[in-house]
Design a protein around this ligand. Structure first.
Ligand code: PLP
Length: 386
């Protein structure tokens, strides 16, 4: 039995997989079991923010594995304290809860918003407004929050108390922001929904109306956060800091981790016993996170992400088959004129380039460390495929 046969024989087939068995990687390149090389424009799904096996990151993670791999949240560790402090100080938040994935971070945010409202106003103020075409995760609550009908099958009944508003439709928002609402949850750039950036006027309306009504704003920055857009948080582009921001994907450079950041108003919403996670804040994940954050905070790094993003966009716009380029920073959506995204991704893979799709668009989430020469090599393959 080869690897793919064994895999498909024993692993639940809940994914459509490409026929690639990845063997090892270094920087922005990886190699399959037949020694074929690929350039990486996907970084997992935006998880390997520093590329494959970055030297400093690997050192930090391995050193932590040798020192202490895990410890329950009944005790303290210096590495979780260090990461919490640096993450809060870098983002302007007051406290953080660590978990293991994006869905869990959003679950945490949803629970926190409902508890904040319950503590202050009592029952009945529990509705969370989310946007049409959003994606917030695969658990029951985050599926219920996700504003895409295709996700609302099989698993009935879904959780009550979620209402969808059309992105960028301020009238729709005003109509649904009634006295039962405790939070509005949004992605500044909808990732899985097709790499669509929200309009500034809509974001302003959400924040202004929510402040007025003491409704919390939850920013799902699971995909947009941690430097992906050229700022530490995408909210900075909009001049806004949500009451709660969720992070995951690239936060620890490829180790499972999620985080829920809390602003001043909600910094103490959970009390002992009201929320928890066995693995949350695991020392190895925190060591990975510290290595990622150190790089993002290093002189000129985020500016270089923005520069590379501009370079990507300027080159993409020269291609006849490209209809439009969307997104923000190194979160890039590409609408093609005649080719389908799925077919293009398949052909790119055959030609040694890993890319993603989002709805009908091609999506690039390259490692933030990618170099211009690697962008060129990857785009040469991409244009060749088109
Ligand atoms: C990927 C993603 C999630 C879910 O993250 P998981 O780690 O897969 O649970 C939630 N929200 C957004 C915006 C995402 O991109």
């Amino acid at each position: 039995m080869n690897t793919m046969e064994k895999f498909d024989g024993y692993v639940m087939q809940s994914y459509g997989r490409y026929p690639l068995v990845m063997e090892n990687g270094s920087g922005r390149r990886c190699v399959d079991e037949n020694n074929k090389e690929y350039i990486d424009f996907g970084s997992g799904i935006g998880t390997n923010s520093l590329g494959f096996c970055d030297e400093e990151w690997t050192e930090a993670v391995c050193a932590q594995v040798r020192r202490l791999q895990h410890n329950s949240n009944y005790y303290y560790t210096s590495v979780q304290a260090d990461f919490a402090q640096q993450l809060c100080e870098s983002t302007g938040y007051s406290s953080v809860f660590f978990c293991n994935s994006g869905a869990e971070a959003n679950e945490c945010a949803i629970k926190a918003a409902r508890k904040y409202s319950f503590d202050k106003y009592g029952k009945g103020r529990h509705t969370i407004i989310t946007l049409v075409n959003s994606f917030h995760g695969r658990t029951m609550a985050t599926l219920s929050a996700t504003g895409q009908e295709v996700f609302h099958n099989y698993f009935f009944p879904f959780l009550e108390g979620f209402v969808n508003v059309e992105a960028n439709n301020i009238d729709d928002l005003k109509a649904k922001l009634d006295g039962t609402v405790c939070a509005v949850m949004l992605e500044y750039v909808q990732g899985e929904g097709g790499v669509n950036k929200l309009e500034q006027a809509f974001v302003d309306a959400v924040f202004d109306l929510c402040v007025e009504k003491d409704v919390l704003v939850i920013a799902d920055e699971v995909q947009t956060g941690m430097g992906r857009t050229g700022r530490l948080l995408a909210g900075e582009h909009f001049g806004r800091r949500a009451d709660i921001t969720t992070l995951a994907k690239g936060i620890a450079g490829g180790i499972p981790m999620g985080a829920c950041l809390f602003g001043e108003k909600v910094k103490s919403v959970f009390t002992p016993g009201t929320h928890g996670s066995t693995f949350g804040g695991n020392p190895i994940a925190c060591a990975g996170g510290l290595a990622v954050l150190k790089r993002l905070n290093s002189e000129g790094f985020l500016e270089s992400v923005s520069k590379k993003a501009e370079y990507f966009r300027s080159r993409l716009e020269t291609c006849d088959e490209v209809e439009s380029v969307s997104g923000l920073g190194l979160m890039i959506g590409i609408k093609l004129k005649t080719k389908t995204a799925a077919d293009t991704a398949k052909k790119a893979l055959e030609n040694g380039l890993l890319i993603l799709t989002a709805k009908d668009k091609v999506r690039f989430l390259p490692p933030l460390t990618i170099e211009e020469s690697e962008i060129d090599s990857g785009l040469d393959i991409f244009f060749g495929v088109l």
